[in-house]
Design a protein around this ligand. Sequence first.
Ligand code: SAM
Ligand code: SF4
Length: 359
Amino acid sequence: MRNESLNPEAVPQSLTGFVPTTTAAASQHAEGTLIDKYGRHVTYIRLSITDRCDFRCTYCMAEEMTFLPRDQVLTLEECLRIASTFVGLGVTKVRVTGGEPLVRHNAVWLMEQIARLEGLKEVVITTNGSQLDRFAQPLFDAGVKRINISLDTLRAERFKEITRIGDLAKVLRGIEAAKAVGFQRIKLNAVMMRDRNDDELIDLVQFAIDKGIDISFIEEMPLGEIGHGRQSTYFSTEEAIERLQTRFTLLPSTESSGGPARYWRIPDTQSRIGFISPHSHNFCDSCNRVRITARGELYPCLGNNDAISLLPLLREHPDDNAPLKEAIMHTMGIKAKGHDFTEQMNSPQVVRFMSMTGG
Ligand code: SAM
Ligand code: SF4
């Protein structure tokens, strides 16, 4: 595997100046559990392994992006060390994301190592699907059972407009490859956008039904400054459900995939239709996750700027995980009660892009 050399001078400073000194935060919790001050149990991490991507989706990135220098990005070994430490603290699910995780060299190696961690129930990945025709089988062999693939449109020209550079045919081949290797579940993720893809919601559901896979629709979140005011493209879950009901019978379901999606079923089909509705159904009360950026920043809440940089701890203590563990436990004390994305739609308070935090 690639040996990504370290440059200590390039290591970013801790975002909050956290210096591990005591185990006071840790002592509030039973060993091996992460419980925040509102009593929420963190069992799930989303780990961004790169900020780079082979697409530039208009809702996710600016047209011109500056990506991190390589020595400021976690090495894959550091990613594994973080995942392993979280699993030691009771985390049972790791989602590898990005940027586009499959553009990172040796991403499959990392998935395989994470899948082997004792105590972990599942390792999953979110991908734009562009590399899946090559990587579906290796991912499956590495122990990945479920996979999320982003797909906002079934029209090639529109796909190019939304992703700025993506090729729909490649993604459709990737979806076929994923189906062929037999993942337990495949879920499509579609961001709903007024006047950009809202006329395709029915077609996207029909596509999922035809393929025998799930689909979740996501309300657009105000993360990072992009070219358009997000209020103009915002499309709510409520309106989407109304629209889908003109074609399908939607039955509410109590199923959960361990995340914020609320599911509906359509009789006589295998597909679950999910909605991730950070605006209309804020899911902060049941939040069970934290996020780690490709730069090693630990964000306890997607919608807030509080974070701790794990990278200096990893690099200053290469053989001692205690400071890392203590920093992780410390963040349980700064995890925000919640956020209000609706208020932030036209002036985002969170300046980082979704590709940075890991969607
Ligand atoms: N590149 C991979 C992909 O597109 O699936 C993984 C990273 S991407 C940031 C993860 C998910 O976040 C994708 O499903 C994407 O559609 C979603 N996403 C990105 N920006 C978003 C935003 N501003 N609001 C809602 N969802 C967003
Ligand atoms: Fe890349 Fe995923 Fe963001 Fe699209 S949503 S630009 S594919 S990271």
